[in-house]
Structures are given as structure tokens and as C-alpha cells.
Design a protein around this ligand. Structure first.
Ligand code: DHB
Ligand code: FE
Length: 260
């Protein structure tokens, strides 16, 4: 990075931290507690969690804007390519309500994009991410799929219930110490990409979730909140080959053509 840029941004950051220290008359005890905290945060490997919770949303709004939101710390490359009809990799007895998400990937001018790639990941019903937390098998609820010739896709998964950040480490300690909760609304993560377009990183949320208005990661946008339709009649279940009631919803992703 150019020296001038580093000096400008880091200089401003340092000034602002010093302003806060002065404004609140931070004591030596507090200064040392903060230092020891930041060291433990690093030792626990929670810097990505901390930074994404407090700061990624601002970077995201500047660089993606409408239709996008933060990636968060738990994307893992190399998720399996799924086969149609798409079903997210899951355990036989995967907890949670069944969800069929359908949708279209379009260019910003409305043209559907065939062959767009959706790289999708989510937590399980117990708020655990595969390849991050121990319990789910590798790549559980992570998968890649493509849109068909009409730019459409459909995938079966589970409705992710509202979510809390991993507990037991320095991040939880800080949130507790400040009296803040550690919840995010339930969400599905995506990176949507296609040749000639800027990849879109985003998440989808669900109407009625109790944490839509107080996401600890400040990453909810109104255009990303979906309405779930419940299907519980025997006819509907039969028609979809589902053994229990299920939900459906849909979303349109919009990709910006790449410039230059
Ligand atoms: C964060 C984002 C997530 O989507 C998640 O599941 C956990 C943490 C974050 O912003 O740090
Ligand atoms: Fe997440």
C-alpha cells in the first residue's frame, strides 16, 4: 500500500483512539487490561471474528452497497459442487425446518445470467459451522451450484434459526463485559459469481427473526429479508416429495458488470 495512504488512514485511526482515551480518562489499569485483552484475542484466533463483527459492515457498504452484505469469518473455499436437484450436504437427521430456496441471478439491467455460480454456506440449527466448529462433518451445509439456462436455481436446505457467535473465548468475554448480546439473525451466506461480473458477497435473512434489528455484526439490509411460505398440506408435501412440512422462499441476486 502507498506510504501516503497508510500514513493518512492509520494516522487518523491512532488520533481517534487517542481522542477516545482522553475523552473517557482511561486509567493505566484499563490500558493494561485492553492490551492483555487484545493479546488474548489474537492467541484465541478471534481477530477475524472481532474485526468482521465491528468493522466489516462499513467496508462492505463502501465497496458493494445494495444487495450485498458482509462475508463474515466463516467462508471456506473448496465446498463440493452439488448435482441437480440441489440439496445442501447435510446429515441424515439434520435438525431444522426444511427450506426450498429458489431464485434468479440477474445482471443489474435485469438480464438473467445462465451458468452463474452460487457458493453457499450456513450454520446448522445449533449455530455451528462445518470446518470451523468440531461437530458438523466437513462441508456440512456448504455447497456450490450454478444457475440454469434461465438464470434460475433451486436448492433444498434447512431454515437457519437465529444465531449466536462462538462462545467461550475473548469475543464473548468482551460482549458480556459491555452488556451486549452476541446474536445475529439466522442467515444464509452466498458468494455469487459469473464471468464478466463483479462477485457479490451477501446473506439472506428471514422476516420475523427476533434479531433483525439488533444484529451484533450490523449486517442486515431490508432487501435481504425474505418471507417464508409454509407448506403443510399432505398434497403439497407429496408434490414436493417432502416427508414433513416445509418452507419456500425466493430471491433475486443482481450482479454488476465488470468494468475495465
Ligand atoms: C460474523 C458473521 C457471521 O455471518 C457469522 O456467522 C459469525 C460472525 C461476524 O461478522 O464476525
Ligand atoms: Fe454467518
Amino acid at each position: 500500500m502507498p506510504t501516503e495512504r497508510v500514513a493518512t488512514v492509520v494516522g487518523d485511526l491512532v488520533d481517534r483512539v487517542n481522542d477516545a482515551i482522553a475523552k473517557h480518562e482511561v486509567t493505566y489499569d484499563e490500558y493494561h487490561a485492553a492490551m492483555s485483552y487484545l493479546i488474548r484475542l489474537g492467541e484465541a484466533g478471534e481477530w477475524p471474528l472481532f474485526l468482521d463483527v465491528f468493522f466489516e459492515h462499513t467496508v462492505e457498504r463502501l465497496n458493494q452497497g445494495e444487495g450485498g452484505t458482509i462475508e463474515g469469518p466463516y467462508y471456506v473455499p473448496g465446498a463440493p459442487w452439488l448435482e441437480r436437484p440441489y440439496v445442501m450436504p447435510m446429515r441424515e437427521d439434520e435438525k431444522g425446518d426444511s427450506l426450498i430456496l429458489s431464485g434468479t441471478v440477474r445482471a443489474t439491467d435485469g438480464e438473467p445470467i445462465p451458468g452463474a455460480v452460487l457458493d453457499m454456506w450456513q450454520a446448522d440449527a445449533d449455530t455451528n459451522y462445518s470446518n470451523i466448529q468440531e461437530e458438523p462433518p466437513p462441508f456440512n451445509l456448504r455447497g456450490k451450484m450454478t444457475t440454469d439456462e434461465n438464470g434460475e436455481f433451486e436448492v433444498r436446505t434447512i431454515v437457519p434459526p437465529y444465531y449466536h457467535l462462538p462462545r467461550g473465548g475473548p469475543m464473548e468475554e468482551l460482549l458480556n463485559a459491555a452488556g451486549w448480546h452476541d446474536y445475529r439473525p439466522g442467515h444464509l451466506h452466498f458468494i455469487v459469481s459469473a464471468d464478466g461480473y463483479t462477485p457479490l458477497t451477501t446473506q439472506l435473512y428471514f422476516e420475523g427473526d427476533r434479531y433483525l434489528d439488533s444484529d451484533v455484526a450490523s449486517a442486515v439490509k431490508p432487501e435481504l429479508i425474505l418471507t417464508l411460505q409454509k407448506h403443510d398440506s399432505p398434497e403439497e408435501m407429496e408434490a414436493r416429495g417432502m416427508k414433513k412440512p416445509f418452507f419456500t422462499t425466493s430471491h433475486e441476486f443482481r450482479l454488476k458488470p465488470q468494468t475495465g
